[in-house]
Design a protein around this ligand. Structure first.
Ligand code: ADP
Ligand code: MG
Length: 326
């Protein structure tokens, strides 16, 4: 059984008369243990999808099961928001207001109890969504959101406290796992950007989420640090058997994934294995470049592609094992 199963998921934003279909019929299954990279241009719906997956937001329609159970969501509440039509003839304005006042007062008798019930349903649904998140989801953001007055270890412990169970041994284990042993007593300002993001990753892992989500989490790190942080993250997820969905717009990072999903205009437009897919992209580029340079010497291009593929393959085999300084 898939850990996540989304079927026909839509998320529409209505602003005035404009409807934005941020998610436009998403069908997706993700198995336990997969490390998925989610790629797509700006505005394609990546953050919206993560928000729905983490139950920070509710889909407009469609079903979402997590570990076989329906994920809580808020009921649609737009039905009672009546639209006021404007009356063109000013002499009819007063009559219009009066009619509307009478209609509203009469309607109130019927709509008030419904509104109260809906409000109650929404607030219990929001509580259920929070409970679902607390139990299952770890979220790593682009801005690490570490508390500057707390040490590295205290930041991780605080997250565990909020989650409902302090476990100092695990907190230290996770900090070691992301390569921060010996730095538990430092303050965030005494760490590099890459180290701070690794604290944020350790903080998310320390509560043992079943699903880890990252939204452009290396967006403000340089490319070298990004590669190191991603390696640490993927290694930690694999070791802890935590499923992950990581949003990025950096194609180079797909080599760390087990699966790569592309989204555009709210629709999933590509789904392929990671690592090897990145390899093929490299080979295609090598073939095109070599092909253009030496004319139609396809053989040479292929051997260049093969060499690069070999090098990337070696990098992949060895790369995921080391934790370097970031
Ligand atoms: P991405 O993360 O891929 O950049 P988003 O999921 O943030 O994209 O946004 C998808 C689309 O939904 C965009 O067109 C965006 O403008 C729109 N959108 C996102 N949030 C809102 C909102 N709260 N209200 C209206 N439109 C929104
Ligand atoms: Mg986004």
């Amino acid at each position: 059984m898939a850990l996540l199963s989304l079927s026909g998921i839509e998320r529409h934003y209505v602003t005035g008369d404009v409807v934005v279909r941020a998610l436009d019929g998403v069908d997706l299954e993700i198995e336990e243990g997969e490390v998925v990279m989610l790629l797509g241009p700006s505005g394609s719906g990546k953050t919206t999808l993560l928000n729905v997956v983490s139950a920070l937001d509710s889909p407009t329609s469609g079903t979402y099961h997590f570990n076989g159970e329906l994920v809580p969501s808020t009921p649609p509440i737009r039905t009672l928001n009546r639209r006021h039509s404007t009356i063109a003839n000013p002499s009819l304005q007063l009559f219009g207001w009066l009619a509307e006042f009478i209609a509203n007062s009469t309607l109130l008798v019927f709509t008030l109890p419904i509104k109260v019930i809906l409000r109650w349903k929404v607030s219990t649904a929001l509580e259920d969504m929070t409970g679902f998140r607390r139990e299952n989801i770890g979220y790593v953001f682009q801005f690490f959101n570490l508390l500057g007055d707390l040490t590295v270890l205290e930041n991780v412990l605080l997250a565990q406290d909020i989650h409902g169970g302090r476990d100092k041994a695990r907190a230290i284990e996770m900090l070691n796992l992301v390569g921060l042993e010996g730095k538990e007593g430092r303050f965030p300002s005494e760490l590099s950007g890459g180290e701070q993001q690794r604290v944020a990753i350790a903080r998310s892992l320390a509560k043992k989420p079943r699903l880890l989500l990252g939204d452009e989490l290396t967006g403000n790190l340089d490319s070298e640090t990004t590669a190191r942080v991603m390696k640490v993250l993927v290694k930690a997820c694999r070791k802890e058997k935590i499923t992950a969905i990581i949003v990025t717009h950096d194609l180079a990072l797909t080599k760390y994934a087990t699966r790569v999903i592309h989204i555009d205009s709210g629709k999933l437009v590509g789904d392929e294995p990671g690592g090897r897919a990145a390899l093929h992209a490299t080979m295609d580029t090598a073939e095109a470049v070599a092909g253009a340079a030496v004319g139609a010497v396809e053989k040479a291009a292929k051997s260049v592609g093969g060499l690069i593929a070999g090098a990337v393959s070696n990098m992949l085999d060895t790369g995921s094992e080391d934790v370097e300084e970031a």
